[in-house]
Design a protein around this ligand. Structure first.
Ligand SMILES: [Zn+2]
Length: 274
């Protein structure tokens, strides 16, 4: 059977096709939204991990620097002690008062030098301890974030695998539907959809209001929508309007929420009676 030119289709059919296309595209949007946050979360975690690794490297370098300083000070102490020994020996064979004074001053200086080195070593050791605690905490955090990243990556992979196939089918369906819609109408539908925050280009009338922007639709316009003799758009948001019946949607009219509750109660009762 040859395909009908979409232009020849009655408005009713055009609207039905358009609404089906909308449902399909919305399903694709949903799939995208489902994994929407995940790639971002994965990227955030990767950034965080990179920051943590840099911080850990810096701490490790600091520890090395302090340890090098400690080794150096220890070497200085050994040298100072050797000098002390030498000066003390010279003190035994001192020739005059001036020489004695010089030696005593040197001894005093070397003793102070040793004290100072010991103080610096203690300070550096304290810093090393602190840095090591910091290092441990950051390593723990790194491990924790690495696990989280692995989980998120797996989750994303899973969703990608699941949605890729479904999305492919939905895309095929959408392309098929698009061939049944005349190009001009399709273009304006796509334009409206792009401009709409919820991605809806065609909506059904709900409680006398537009299902997209929820502004009230005047009775005459509602009647026109019901007649589906021509394409009617919402005067506020520009979305194409369709009669819910034509869209195949069952909706409750205003003030009809109660039956739903009653149904639920009845169901409960029935279950109770069993
Ligand atoms: Zn509207």
């Amino acid at each position: 059977m040859a395909k009908k030119d979409p232009k020849e289709l009655p408005v009713e059919e055009k609207l039905k096709n358009l609404f089906q296309l909308q449902t399909t595209l919305s399903a694709i949007d949903e799939k995208r939204a489902l994994r929407g946050e995940l790639p971002l979360e994965v990227r955030d975690l990767e950034d965080e991990l990179e920051g943590l690794r840099t911080r850990i490297e810096k701490i490790e370098q600091d520890i090395k620097d302090y340890q090098r300083a400690i080794t150096q000070k220890k070497g200085d102490i050994v040298e100072a002690q050797a000098s002390l020994e030498r000066y003390n020996k010279q003190l035994d064979t001192v020739a005059n008062n001036r020489e004695y004074d010089t030696l005593t001053k040197e001894i005093e200086f070397q003793t102070l030098e040793i004290e100072l080195c010991n103080k610096k070593i203690k300070e550096a050791q304290y810093k090393v301890e602190e840095k090591q605690k910091d290092l441990e905490a950051n390593r723990g955090l790194l491990e924790d974030r690495q696990k989280a990243l692995e989980e998120k990556r797996n989750e994303l992979d899973e969703i990608m695998q699941e949605t890729r196939e479904e999305e492919g089918l939905l895309k095929d369906k959408a392309s098929e539907l698009e061939t049944k819609i005349e190009s001009g109408l399709l273009r304006s539908f796509k334009r409206i959809r792009r401009g709409a925050r919820n991605g809806l280009g065609i909506v059904y009338v709900q409680r006398d209001a537009c299902g997209g922007c929820f502004n009230k639709i005047p009775p005459q316009r509602q009647l026109d929508v019901k007649m589906h003799k021509k394409i009617i758009v919402c005067e506020y948001c520009g979305r194409i309007l369709i009669d819910p019946e034509l869209a195949g949607v069952k909706i409750e009219k205003a003030g009809e929420e109660k039956p739903k509750k009653r149904r639920a109660t009845r169901k409960k009762k029935e279950e109770g009676e069993e």
